[in-house]
Ligand binder design. Structure first.
Ligand code: HEM
Length: 323
């Protein structure tokens, strides 16, 4: 009788709630009482705004250092979004092309944002300030971005990421720790003077080495390339998305990034002290490392021309063609 006083829609919801709580052995009345005391959710709590805005802690008093920190944080958040899409692709059983394409399109969109916003780095800070505050940040470097390495290792078979001169010596079955030791960036971060690993690399390995070796192992069968191979007969548009991903991750983003290094760091080897210690002019341009996630999708000539020609011109004009 009493039930009649209630809107049937409310009653229906209460019944559904009752079922839900019963299924998990919980007392619905207690939860309803909890609702009485709970505050309304606010925007700032939901997105953790106070915490987010407290995460910018410059090491110097140069105003432009904040831009440098925030842009790195923005990039890491985009990396997180990219990884989340890659996880979805990796963990989807019997993946359909539609599902794959929708996630890949999101990844490309995130990369487009990163590539176009990189201008914040090459024209959004005063060079004089950058060169000074950068010295207080030694020996840290974006080189130590673990999420960047995760994206690479989730994209392709790890032997495609081996340093160019040794790439032919590894294959799908090479042990993960062996692969890890010969990844291109391990060889890139060798001190010019001593031939030893840079401190930047040593610190990075200490924190992330184990995790990355495990990632190589766990993505051996489910990296993006392996998932692509699972598709029975991928359409041309599917293949084109894969190629676009390869270009954006391995040519366009690296070139946008390289443009910052060219803009801020002198071309003189003396300036190497202002970085994580690599010979960056010979390390950062994509034409030297030739990191290609999906070599099967490119012609020999396209791979030979990787990171050269019109692509470089498009971004830099004639500015750094020589290198
Ligand atoms: C003014 C801006 C920047 C300059 C001058 C710069 C400079 C450099 C240099 C010289 C290296 C080579 C490693 C080293 O010696 O430290 C490097 C590597 C790297 N940086 Fe930056 N960087 C800038 C901004 C960024 C930003 C915003 C990110 C975003 C996370 C980033 C991520 C990376 C990554 C992932 C690497 C490793 C690249 C690879 O191994 O191929 N950098 N950077």
């Amino acid at each position: 009788m009493q039930e009649a006083q209630f809107d049937p829609k409310i009653l229906d919801k209460i019944h559904q709630l009752q079922e839900k709580f019963k299924a998990s052995g919980q007392d619905m009345l207690s939860y309803l009482e909890g609702l009485l005391y709970a505050d309304y959710l606010t925007y700032w709590e939901y997105i953790n705004l106070d915490v987010l805005l407290s995460l910018q802690q410059p090491k110097t008093s140069f105003k432009d250092e904040k831009i440098f920190i925030i842009y790195h944080q923005i990039t890491e958040l985009y990396f997180k979004l990219i990884i989340s899409e890659m996880e979805q692709i990796a963990d989807q059983h019997a993946i359909s092309e539609d599902f794959f394409k929708a996630r890949l399109e999101r990844i490309l969109m995130y990369f487009d944002h990163l590539i176009s916003s990189f201008a914040m780095m090459w024209k959004g800070m005063e060079r004089e300030q950058f060169l000074k505050f950068r010295m207080s940040l030694l020996p840290s470097s974006g080189f130590q971005s673990a999420q960047f390495r995760e994206i690479e290792l989730m994209a392709t078979d790890a032997f495609n990421l081996i340093t160019l001169s040794k790439r032919g010596e590894f294959d799908y079955h090479s042990p993960s720790d062996d692969l890890f030791e010969h990844l291109y960036w391990q060889q890139g971060a060798i001190e010019l003077a001593t031939g030893e690993k840079t401190l930047t690399l040593k610190n990075f390995e200490l924190k992330y080495g184990k995790k990355l070796i495990q990632l190589i192992e766990s993505y051996r069968r489910k990296n993006l390339w392996q998932k692509y191979m699972e598709l029975e007969s991928p359409s041309e548009s599917m293949t084109e998305l894969m190629r676009q991903f390869d270009l954006k991750a391995n040519v366009f983003w690296p070139l946008a990034h390289y443009k910052s290094a060219v803009r801020y760091l002198q071309r003189d080897p003396v300036d190497i002290a202002a970085t994580g210690g690599t010979n960056w002019q010979k390390y950062l341009p994509p034409r030297f490392q030739k990191v290609i996630f999906f070599p099967e999708l490119w012609t020999e000539n396209e791979m030979e021309e990787w990171g050269k020609g019109w692509v470089v011109k498009e971004i830099f004009g004639d500015e750094i063609q020589k290198g």
